[in-house]
Structures are given as structure tokens and as C-alpha cells.
Design a protein around this ligand. Structure first.
Ligand code: M6R
Length: 614
């Protein structure tokens, strides 16, 4: 939540900042702002998107070769111009951008007010910079020392960058719980800072990921010094980015979400490459192999995740229990972390997260770790906090996912989880050679099958036209398709603002059936599997109450098309991996409905891609 970007070097900072903020806008888009230091330290900020901020300049852009920028997802205080970042200190000599939450800001604010500080915004971030200013004045110390002292006193999460009028060649940055990457420019002494690598990748591939409670002191033309909160010097480890610029551009699509939906044949196959080779009976995830013994011996696996990643976890529960016979529990990370759960030494906790930054998932990891669990992470973002907090794990290699609605990350997560299940089943000897070969062959054919479903795009668009004005939707599925029903409903509600609920089809008669009338579209995922006959009965129950049924069926199904209003045919595959195929039409359906309703599908209201607050 919130994106931060900063630059120091010889370029015009404004251009770097605005371009960077546009790349980070998926993290929050309530307001945007920049601060540039030329002779004076000037702050420009505006409620709304980065484009709204740009308009305020009327093509006369501020100059300066050092600056900071912010795109906000509001936590403290409503989204307006005043609460937008950057925030000044009281003497306007310092300005801060902040991603995170300072939990004890109210008591600090009170103390500062008693000393005469006045605040113009309702934010915790403005309190943060006044606090640093106050410490610097009282201790007559350097800015980095004042920042360090402040960090020992604040409670919460932060990624901050501070710019000072008194030192036009320096930026100070720090992080705890919120991500921060430093790009080391190709020109001597040039540096970029950002919440993730997307604003940096076009300038340099050399980056340093700051660790929690580290402070970076960056001096133009000199270099970067990192120390921890106890003043101990740290040696920065320079990583090479593997990300390519094209991966973060729209590539001719109207929205990132559509691009990402259409990327799935490739992202699923990238995710399998070298890890799954059916002909050689090979299923191997390097990081997981190092903990395979722990997985084999584990009495149970606990999966923690949020949102779409949690849905991937549900599918994983079904397949891991089915083919490995290891008990699996799937928990919302936000519930798990606060309910005093039983975690035994040797339990394996599997944390699934696209961004690798979700605050609740991170906290669940720390809790389980403290109780002796082995932590395996399944993340998309390389070098993310969850990836680093885990003992080991596997990356999903789906490439950057920019659309707030998760699509290709979900199918890549499933792919990793299936490979993991196969590895474990083989190691535990709970799967026959034939079953192993069959499942891995079927997995290898998934990219092709996703392509087939994508070719139905226009057909799905026509169905979307008929239902774009609905107020409610119900999604039903059974077995492996139940998590797909949840995922379909989440996709629709988050980008089109239509109320949608996902249900196990058999649960319908325990309540939701009361909602069904001729106005209610019901999406039923009814592919041919072991619960096919049961779901046919559920469809009849909906039709008996005049609900409109859109059914996702296996190609060649002769029965369901006679009973329902619309069918979308998907290619047959093993029922355990059907979610990789059956979710695709639901992604397209929600995309088209949202576009037809005039919604910004990449940046739905109130949401952010990376949820770094609890
Ligand atoms: O980055 P994560 O996978 O940890 O994020 C979890 C959820 O915030 C995320 O899946 C969210 O539900 C998406 N907007 C769903 O499309």
C-alpha cells in the first residue's frame, strides 16, 4: 500500500519520479505528490491519480536533480490534497514520503503539540517527520542519527525517504515491514529508490534490497552507506534484476489485467520450465527439495494466505490431501495470527503471496516461526519480504502482475503447488507411477488448454453484455471447482463493484437459494468430474427457481447445455487441475463486465495491489 520513489543524480528528478509513480500506482491511487529540491524544497501534491498531479503543472515542470514522490492508499485521514505526501517538517527544511503505519503516532503527536508543533494533515507520516525534526534539534545531531533515534521509538511499519534542504546531495531512507529497493545507477553516484523494482528497471539492473531496521544514507556522487538501527555498519548485497522492461508495459492491451489474463499460457509454462518433465518422471522445486524431508515427516501442513492466494491455498489443500495423505489446514493469515493457533515444532507452514509483502501473511509467518514451524514461501515477487522471511520456498515466475485483480499469479501459484504436491506424493510413495505420469502430463498440456479458453474471449464478451447491469451474482462449484467459484466471485466484485458470492454448490440450499429469482445470474462451474451428477442436480434447483445459469462445462457435454441459459466449454483435464482451466472464463467474464460498466479494472476503488497494512 502506497508507492514511494526517490531519485538523486544528474537527471531531472521530476521525470524519474512521475514515471516511477505511474508504475507504482497499482499500490495506491488516492493521491500523489512529489518534493523537489532546487534552491528551495518544494512540495507539490494532489488528490487523485498521478495524471491529476501532472495536470496541475500545466506542462511547466519543476526542476531539481534530487526529489521524492509518493502515491497514496489512505490509512490515516481521508484522501485529499492536504493528507497527500510528501509532508514537510515544521520549518519546511525536511520532507518525507512514507509507506506504512506508525501505530504510536497519536502519543508522539500529543507530545509534539505540547512543544508547539502544528500539523496541517491528519496523517501519521507528518507526525513522523516532525518527530525526526524535533530529535535533530534537541540532540544537535546529523539527520541520519535523528532518523535512527526516531526509529528506535516508533512502533509500526515504514518505508521512508527523507530529503533535506540543508543537504541537497543526500537522501536518507529506512524500512521496517514495508519494502524498499535502492537502484545503483550506471552514472557515477546516481541512485533510485522505490517500493519495488518497476520504476528502477529501465535505468539499472543493480539493486540493493534494504532489510528491516536498516537505514541507508545516500550521497550524490559518493555512494550508499547502510547501518542498522543499532548504528552497526552493514555491507550492502547487490542483486541483479531479472525483470525486463516489456514485462511492466501494457504491450497493446487496454488494461494490464487483460494482458495478464492472456499471458497465462506463457506464465504457466514458465513456471513449469525445468521443474516438471513428465517423460523423465521429474517434479522438482529446488527450494522445496531442501526441505522435502521436513515435508515428508510433517504431521500437518498449515497454509496461510489472503484473498486470491488463499483460494490457491484451498485448491492446494484438496490436492495435497488427496495425493499425499498429509493433513492440510488453510487459514486466513489475518485470523491465524490473532487466534493463538496450535503450531507444533516440525509443522510446515506454507505462505502463499503474489506480492510477498502482505502484512498479515508476514505476521503469520513470524508467529509460526516463533513456535518452531518450518516456513516455505510461494511468492511471485523476487526478493520480497515473505520470500526472505521464509526458510525456503519456490517462486512462481509469473512476471510482474500490475493489475490489482490477481490473475496470472493465481494460475502460477496453483502450478507451483501442484508440482509441490507431486514431489511430496512421490517422496511419500502415496502415488503410483502411472498416476504421477498422468497428472504431470496433464499439467504440461495446460498452457495449450488455457489458449483454447482464451479463444472464447468474444463469446464471453457477448455473455457479459447481457449481465453487465446485474446487481448480484452467485458462483457455485463443488470439489476442486469450489475455490474457483470463490475466486470468480472475488474477481467480479473487486473490479466491477457488483455484489457476488461464491458458494459450494451443495450449500446453496442452506440459505443462498432464497436469493434466486429470474434476476439472479448464477455462474456454475460444472466440468465433468466426480461430483458432476450432483452439480447437475444443483443446476436444476436453480433453474426451478428461474435463476439465469451460465455454466462452465467440459467440451462435449451433452446434458447441461440443454438445461441452462449459456454455456462456456472448456477442454477436459484431470479434475484436480481443472481450476487452472476453469478459472480463465471467470477472469474474462469479470474483466468484460467491469469494462462495460466503465470501471478502471487495473485500479479498482479502495483497493491496492500490495496490502502492507493489517
Ligand atoms: O500479494 P498477495 O497474494 O499476498 O495478496 C493477497 C490479496 O491481497 C490479493 O490476492 C487480493 O485479494 C487480490 N486483489 C485479488 O485479486
Amino acid at each position: 500500500m502506497c508507492g514511494i520513489v526517490a531519485y538523486i543524480g544528474e537527471k531531472q528528478a521530476y521525470d524519474v519520479l512521475i514515471k516511477g509513480l505511474k508504475r507504482l500506482e497499482y499500490r495506491g491511487y488516492d493521491s500523489a505528490g512529489v518534493a523537489l529540491l532546487n534552491n528551495d524544497l518544494e512540495v507539490f501534491k494532489k488528490q487523485g491519480k498521478v495524471a491529476d498531479l501532472e495536470k496541475t503543472f500545466n506542462n511547466k515542470f519543476p526542476e531539481g536533480k534530487i526529489g521524492i514522490g509518493h502515491t497514496r492508499w489512505a490509512t490515516h485521514g481521508e484522501p485529499n490534497d492536504v493528507n497527500a505526501h510528501p509532508h514537510y517538517s515544521s520549518d519546511h527544511n525536511l520532507a518525507i514520503i512514507h509507506n506504512g503505519i506508525i501505530e504510536n503516532y497519536a502519543s508522539i503527536k500529543k507530545e509534539l503539540q505540547s512543544k508547539g508543533h502544528q500539523f496541517s494533515s491528519e496523517t501519521d507520516s507528518e507526525v513522523f517527520i516532525h518527530f525526526i525534526e524535533d530529535i535533530q534539534k534537541n540532540n544537535n545531531c546529523t539527520l541520519d542519527e535523528a532518523v535512527r533515534i526516531a526509529l528506535t521509538k516508533v512502533v509500526g511499519a515504514y518505508a521512508i525517504v527523507i530529503i533535506s534542504k540543508d543537504n541537497p546531495d543526500q537522501l536518507i531512507a529506512a524500512r521496517k515491514g514495508s519494502p524498499l529497493v535502492v537502484g545503483i545507477g550506471e552514472a557515477n553516484g546516481e541512485f533510485f529508490l522505490a517500493s519495488d523494482a518497476t520504476p528502477i528497471v529501465e535505468y539499472t539492473k543493480n539493486v540493493v534490497y534494504l532489510n528491516d531496521e536498516e537505514i541507508a544514507i545516500i550521497n550524490r556522487g559518493v555512494g550508499i552507506n547502510i547501518k542498522n538501527i543499532d548504528s552497526v555498519e552493514q555491507s550492502p548485497y547487490v542483486h541483479t534484476l531479472e525483470m525486463e522492461l516489456e514485462a511492466i508495459e501494457k504491450g497493446g492491451f487496454d488494461y494490464f489485467m487483460l494482458k495478464e489474463i492472456f499471458e497465462q499460457p506463457r506464465s504457466v509454462s514458465d513456471c513449469m520450465r525445468g521443474r516438471l518433465i513428465s517423460e523423465k518422471d521429474h517434479a522438482l522445486l529446488g527450494g522445496i527439495r531442501r526441505h522435502l524431508k521436513d515435508l515428508v515427516e510433517a504431521q500437518r501442513i498449515i497454509i496461510v494466505a489472503c484473498g486470491t492466494s488463499w483460494h490457491a491455498g484451498l485448491v492446494a489443500e484438496y490436492v495435497i490431501e488427496e495425493i499425499t495423505r498429509t493433513p492440510v489446514e488453510v487459514e486466513y493469515a489475518s485470523e491465524f495470527r490473532y487466534r493463538n493457533p496450535i503450531v507444533n515444532k516440525g509443522d510446515v507452514l506454507l505462505a502463499i503471496s503474489q506480492s510477498g509483502e502482505t502484512a498479515d501473511t508476514l505476521a503469520a509467518i513470524e508467529l509460526a516461526k516463533s513456535k518452531g514451524a518450518i516456513i516455505l514461501g510461494v511468492c511471485n515477487v523476487v526478493g520480497s519480504s515473505i520470500a526472505r522471511a521464509s526458510h525456503e520456498g519456490a517462486y512462481t515466475h509469473a512476471g510482474p502482475e500490475i493489475g490489482v485483480a490477481s490473475t496470472k499469479a493465481f494460475t502460477a501459484q496453483l502450478t507451483v503447488l501442484y508440482i509441490m504436491a507431486l514431489m511430496l506424493a512421490k517422496a511419500k510413495n502415496t502415488i503410483t507411477d502411472n498416476q504421477f505420469k498422468d497428472l504431470s502430463r496433464q499439467l504440461e498440456s495446460i498452457p495449450e488448454k488455457i489458449n483454447t479458453v482464451l479463444s472464447l474471449n468474444e463469446e464471453i464478451e457477448k455473455i457479459s453484455e447481457l449481465y453487465k447491469d446485474a446487481s448480484n451474482f452467485l458462483y457455485l462449484g463443488r470439489g476442486y471447482n469450489f475455490p474457483v467459484a470463490l475466486e470468480g466471485a472475488l474477481k467480479l466484485k473487486e473490479i466491477s463493484y457488483i455484489h457476488a458470492e461464491g458458494y459450494p454448490a451443495a450449500e446453496m440450499k442452506h440459505g443462498p437459494i432464497a436469493l434466486i429469482d429470474e434476476e439472479m445470474p448464477v455462474v456454475v462451474i460444472a466440468t465433468r468430474d466426480s461430483s458432476y451428477d450432483k452439480i447437475v442436480s444443483n443446476i436444476q434447483e436453480v433453474k426451478a427457481r428461474k435463476g439465469k445459469v451460465i455454466a462452465i462445462v467440459t467440451k462435449g457435454d451433452a446434458l447441461i447445455p440443454k438445461m441452462v441459459d449459456h454455456v462456456i466449454e472448456v477442454p477436459a483435464t484431470h479434475e484436480a487441475i481443472m481450476p487452472l482451466v476453469s478459472v480463465i472464463p471467470l477472469q474474462l467474464l469479470s474483466y468484460h463486465i467491469a469494462v462495460m460498466r466503465g470501471c478502471n479494472v487495473d485500479q479498482p476503488r479502495n483497493l491496492a495491489k500490495s496490502v502492507t497494512v493489517e
